[in-house]
Design a protein around this ligand. Structure first.
Ligand code: MN
Length: 318
């Protein structure tokens, strides 16, 4: 159950309507995210596996973290590690992550909060559960998205933004059976709180059983829908989409989502993450934590990291 919610969705502003002549986006592909292990051993689903980079642009990587119900002593995080050339967006639906970085940024990400980190020219950071959560165990569910930077911004000054859950814009549909959270970018008139270098929209929708959502989507943006929990369909022609599956939507002005009448016992709603952005259309070279344009720039990033030029672990580190 997402932490950012409302008692009565009908009190929320309505999402913008489609216009006469608007066309629904066609579903190009549906893929199932394989499971993997990240950091010091927390379970993730690699949501972009098997999808053409051209369809993902400007996004690079998406991990769904959990959902997992940890026992005492089980919660895990990452060691200190570097990044260069892109931005990370971390959104916690359930549970808590502590963050600290080499530019003085840091904080607690929990219960609907978002953390936006522009690695730019270079940063070191760590993400881990707080000691109390390691001791107690508990639910952990969120995602981390990597947003590419264009060549002219790859070496920009690193930046850290902590976005509290209260800052997220919430909307609904005419029936009031959808909660639409604008985490970053904009959706119609509704602006999200994240300041982004690359124009994007990140939206988290909870669609009640049997509900349908028609969502206008910037035709210049790509469009990806990922089922975080539950089951439903995407597109006017109702392509099934269930937990752990990603759909690529092309050519059109709006998206259509429907939630099945029956959801599984673990979720009350069809929980969908919707991503879109302006494609950067540049060559992409990636190696581990670095996302650059060429192999030479990757080599330089690795050398700069070895020489300590991506930052230092702060003396007061967690
Ligand atoms: Mn990282």
């Amino acid at each position: 159950m997402p932490a950012v919610t409302v008692e009565n969705p009908l009190e929320l502003p309505r999402v913008v309507q489609t216009l006469a002549g608007d066309r629904p986006r066609r579903v190009k592909s549906i893929t199932t995210a394989p499971r993997g292990i990240e950091g010091e051993g927390f379970p993730v689903r690699r949501a972009f596996a098997g999808i053409d980079m051209v369809d993902l642009d400007p996004f690079i990587h998406l991990d769904q973290m959990g959902e997992i119900d940890y026992g005492p002593g089980e919660p895990k995080g990452t060691p200190w590690h570097p990044h260069r050339g892109f931005e990370t967006v971390t959104y916690m639906i359930e549970g808590t992550f502590l963050h600290q970085d080499s530019i003085g940024g840091g904080g607690v990400i929990q219960n609907g909060a978002t953390q936006w980190m522009t690695a730019g020219a270079g940063i070191l950071h760590i993400e881990r559960p707080p000691d109390a959560l390691i001791d107690s165990g508990g639910l952990f569910h969120g995602f981390q998205l990597w947003v590419n930077l264009p060549a002219r911004l790859k070496m920009t000054t690193p930046r850290y933004q902590d976005i509290e859950a209260e800052a997220i814009s919430m909307l609904t549909n005419d029936q009031g059976d959808a909660i639409i959270r604008v985490i970053a970018g904009s959706l119609g008139d509704a602006g999200g709180p994240g300041v982004t270098h690359t124009p994007i929209s990140i939206v988290h929708v909870s669609l009640m059983p049997g509900g349908q959502l028609v969502l206008p989507w910037n035709p210049a943006y790509n469009a990806l829908t990922y089922a975080l929990a539950g089951q439903g369909t995407v597109g006017l022609d109702r392509n099934p989409l269930v937990e752990g599956q990603m759909a690529v939507h092309v050519d059109g002005d709006f998206l259509v989502l429907s939630a099945n009448e029956t959801q599984d016992s673990r979720t009350q709603a069809f929980e969908v993450l919707i991503l879109g952005g302006e494609p950067i259309r540049e060559p992409v070279a990636t190696y581990g934590p670095f996302v650059m344009n060429t192999r030479e720039e990757l080599q330089q990033a690795f050398e700069d990291y070895q020489a300590g030029r991506l930052g230092q672990i702060p003396a007061n580190h967690i």
